[in-house]
Design a protein around this ligand. Sequence first.
Ligand SMILES: [Zn+2]
Ligand SMILES: [Zn+2]
Length: 241
Amino acid sequence: MKLLLNALLDLLFPEFCCLCGSFLFLDHKVIACKKCWEREFREFKGEKCIKCGHPLSLLPGKGHLCKRCLEEKREFYFDKVSYYTLYEGLAEKAIVELKFSKLKPLAYQVGREISKSLKVFINENHIDTVVPVPVHRNTLKERGFNQSEEMLKGAGVHFENLLEKPIYREKQSSMSFKERRENVRGLFKLNGEVKGKRILIFDDVFTTGATVNEISRLLKEKGAEKVFVYTVAYTPLRSYK
Ligand SMILES: [Zn+2]
Ligand SMILES: [Zn+2]
């Protein structure tokens, strides 16, 4: 029945791949065809800075540290950060599109794509609980869903909504890490027990890392043993000194 309905939708509202232009047959609201997803949404396999996760080849420092972490002696509350891919190309297109055009099926699609890699990370790090970064209820009302939750559903990964974002504060993309760190301070609330647990914070994009760092601070303060971060995409610095 669903197949028939989708076939009918195809005829009435044809959709095309945003990259190669081919007809998206029975594949709604996922913006690209299967071949383009396979070819363009690839896992980043390069070495990552052990502190901030930055691709080392783009910002070489010393050993397993990037130049910035080395020079600024940066410290974060999370113990390890990883991600599926870099925030560019199809990954960037998909994440922007699913948020602004409110495409839930696209969030599932992203989840399906990262599923294997995310599950490996969860097993390797003996994660007890996965928590998606929450959105404020105004955003939820406007968008209709929390993209991180839908991605986890698509990935088939069990999660717990232990976090809440009761305060709404505008995100400023021009802010530095320090400004963002002040801006996100106290924005989140924890509803649940994390004492002695290994927690994984899941989000769509790692930009300055201020949000996940603030959540990590809260989790550690409440007794979490280790805090890990996994995002779909990572934004490398455009320039550094
Ligand atoms: Zn295509
Ligand atoms: Zn680094």
